[in-house]
Design a protein around this ligand. Sequence first.
Ligand code: ADP
Ligand code: MG
Length: 682
Amino acid sequence: METYQLDPLFAELTALRGVGDALAKLMAKACGGNRVVDLLFHLPESYLDRRQRSLIRDALPGQMVTLEVDVIRIERPQSARQPTKVSVSDGSGFADLVFFRSFPEAKLRPGTRVLVGGKIDDRRQIAHPDHIAPAGQPDKFPSVEQVWPLTAGLFAWHLRKPIAEAVGRVPEDVPEWHDPALLRRENWPSFNAALRGLQLPTALPAPELRRRLAYDELLAGQVAIGLMKRRNRVRPGRPLIGDGTLRAQALAAFGHDLTAAQREVLHDIDADLAAPRRMMRLLQGDVGSGKTLVAMMAMLRAVEAGAQAAIMAPTELLARQHARTLAAISPVPVALLAGSVTGRERTRVLDGLADGSIKIAIGTHALVQDGVAFQDLALAVIDEQHRFGVNQRLMLGQKGEQADMLVMTATPIPRTMLLTQWGEMQVSRLTGKPAGRQPIRTTTHSLSTIDTVIAAVSRALAQGARVYWVCPLVSESETTDLAAVEARFAHLVERFGDKVGLAHGRQDTSVREAALADFAAGRTQLLVATTVIEVGVDVPAASVMVIEQAERFGLAQLHQLRGRVGRGSAQSFCLLLYADDMTETARKRLALLRQTEDGFRIADEDFRLRGGGDLLGTRQSGLPGWKIADPETDEGLLHMAGRDAEALLERDAKLTSERGRAIRLLLRLFDRIEAFRTLNSG
Ligand code: ADP
Ligand code: MG
C-alpha cells in the first residue's frame, strides 16, 4: 500500500458532499486546516450521554439534559414574533420547550410521553430541542452525541455528515503500523476502529481509543525526528580544530575567565566542532548566563581552524550590541551586516566576507539574503532562536559548505517540547550566572501605591542607579498602549527631568538606538521602555527594573525583562506593579516570580498555565500544534513513542519492511512524510 492511497484524505474540504466555500472556511477555522484529514482528526472534546436521564428539578442552567416528560399544554403564539411554547412535566417539575420556527406538532401531542434532549436555561426552557422521540421508542433517540470544538457560525449538525464521509475515505485495508504485542498490552483497537469509535460513536468511547490515536500522532513525530537525526549523522561535516591562541587573546581582552558552566558547555561544543560530522546543538541558557561569550569562543575556534563564523540575532539592536561586545574583545576582524548597513560600508562587508578577510560576521536576517556570500563559513550561530522560523535558521547554515550549527535560546524549553520539537538536536544547558552576581530582589506592588514606588526610584536615582521602567505595548499598533507609555514618560520627566529616556518599537530605529545608547552610557538614568528591551539588552550597570501592569505580560516575558538587571555586581531590584482587579492566575504568576529566578522552573509553570501552545509568547513561534496528543498529559506515551521509533529505525531506517511501509502511511497522515522524503533524496 503506497501513501498515495491516502490521497482522498488530502483533498480540500469542499470535496466533501454538501460543503461549499463558506462552510469549508468555518470548518477550516475550527479544525485548523482546510483538508479532509484535518477534519478527520478534529475529534470531539467530549460526549453527551443521552441515556443519562435528568429530572427537571435537578437540571442546572446551561446543562445538556435528556428528559422523559409528559406533554401538558401547547401555547400558540399571539403574533408571528412570539414562539410556540410547549409545557411539559416529569413529576419533579415543569419545563417549557420553545420553538421560534417550525414546531414538530406530530411529536408533541398533549398527553403523550416523550424523550427530549437539549440545553436547558435558567428559566427551565429548552429552545429548539436537539432531539425528540416517543418515550416508548428510545432507540430513535441517539444514545451518545459528539461535542466537537466549534467556532462562531458552525454547529455540530454541520459537521456530522462531512465527518462521516471523511471517516469513510480512510481505506478499509489500511495496514497496522503498531506492533501487535503493543496493541494487545494496551488494549488498543485498530486505527479505523479507533477513529470510528471516536467520530461516529454508538456508545461512549473508551479512553483507549483516544490514546491509540494520540500514540499514532506522537509516534509519527518521533519517527520523523529519528529520521532527521540519522540524516544529520550521515551528513558529512568537517573537523574544526584550533590551538586556542585566539581564544586566549579574546579572554585576556575580556578580563575574566570562563565560568565553570561556560567551560563545560564549551567542552561539548568543541567535541562537536572537532568531529567530522555536522554539529546541530541547541544551547539553552537562562538570561544573563553568559551565552554570548560561549558563542564567541566557538566562533574563534572556527577562525583558528582557518574558516569563518557568523552569528545571527533577531533584531538590529541586538546585532549591534553583539557587534560592540565582540569587536571589543576579538583579535580578528569582525563586521556588522544589517538592514541599515548600506552603501560603501555594505560593499566593504560583503567583499570582506567573500574574500575571507572578515572572519566573523554579526548580523540580522540580512545575513541570509541572496547577495551575501562567505569565502568559507564553517559555523553558524543563531541567537534567541525563537524569533526565527525553522527555515531562516537553516538558511544561515546553508551559506557554508557543511557548516556547523549552534542555536542559542534564553527561553528555557520544557522537557516535553524538547523531545517533540527539537529532538534532532543535541542539547546543552548553561546553568547559573557568572560569579559575583546577587539574586534579584523581586517585589509586587499595587498600582495604587505607585507614589511609594516612584519615591523608591527617586532614592535609587539619587544614589546613581540606572533604572528601567517598562510599560506594556501588547501590539506595536495599539495606540492606547502607546499613549500610556508616552504619558508615563511625560510624568517621569516632570519629576526627574532630563535623566529620563524613552525607547519603544514605534520610534525610528535611530531614535531608539540613541535612547538605548544614552542609557547604556549613563547619559540618562531612567529608561521608560516597552518590551523592545526584552531580549538581550545588556547594560550591566542597570540595577532596578519596574514593570507596570505586570499582570499583562506572560511569565516567560517577565522573566526575560527581569533578566535585564542583575548583570553587574550590585544588588538589583525588580518591582512588579499590578492592577488590583487582576485574575487569580495572574496573582499566581507574580507570586512565582517573587519566589524564583530559575528560568527552567518558570518555563515549566508557564507552559502549564498557558496550556503549552503559546509558550514563547510570540506568534511567530511556529510550533506546530498537536491535533490529538498533548505531549504534557501524554508524556508517558511520548517516551514510549521515542523508544518505539528508535527501535524501528535501528532495524529499518529506510522504512522498507512491512511495518516500515505502514509507518510511511502514518507519517503521511500526520504530515511528517517530508522527513522521510528529504532523507531519501540525499
Ligand atoms: P545571555 O546572552 O546568556 O543572556 P550575556 O552573554 O549577555 O548573557 O552575559 C551576561 C553578562 O555576563 C554580560 O554582561 C557578560 O559580559 C557577563 N559575563 C559573561 N561571561 C562572563 C564571565 N565568564 N565572567 C564575568 N562576566 C561574564
Ligand atoms: Mg544573549
